[in-house]
Design a protein around this ligand. Structure first.
Ligand SMILES: [Cu+2]
Length: 150
């Protein structure tokens, strides 16, 4: 059986496809812009001397709002020792009250820059970031205050 498509129908169909494609692409662009626009970027250096550092802060503290979207940009520099899997520092978020880990916030860092899109804990309170890789003899002192505001 032959299906006859006349030229006008074909033009309308391909035109609609183009409009649809443009719509999908611009929708994706808009949603990615919206994400990067909302998420707060927090940059931390996990340094070779087994200390977390934030540019411009002598006593670094991270303060976020409960549930806030966060883009965590972590730079890691290798200390004196590291894990067999190649991770050179950790970045794990603990609740100060019971030292329990926050789900999704137990990160292992490789040398260089890594980004993590995360949500701040829903529960306001005092938290602490700790290193989970034995990175040097000063590893025990590698931690960072983290406060979640309501
Ligand atoms: Cu460490």
């Amino acid at each position: 059986m032959l299906v006859r498509i006349n030229k006008a129908d074909w033009l309308i169909a391909s035109g609609l496809t183009k409009v649809f494609r443009i719509g999908v692409v611009s929708g994706l662009l808009l949603s990615s812009l919206a994400c990067s626009g909302q998420a707060r970027v927090i940059e931390v250096l996990a340094d070779k001397d087994s200390r977390y550092k934030i540019a411009g802060e002598s006593k670094p503290v991270i303060i976020v709002k409960a549930g806030e979207p966060i883009l965590l940009r972590l730079t890691a520099r290798r200390g004196k020792s590291w894990n067999r899997d190649g991770s050179i520092h950790g970045f794990a978020l603990l609740r100060s009250k019971d030292r329990s880990k926050v789900a999704g916030w137990d990160l292992l860092l490789r040398p260089g820059v890594q980004q993590f899109a995360l949500a701040a804990p829903a529960e306001p309170g005092d938290y602490e970031v700790v290193c989970t890789v034995i990175c040097s003899e000063d590893h025990e002192g590698m931690h960072l205050k983290f406060i979640v505001l309501p």
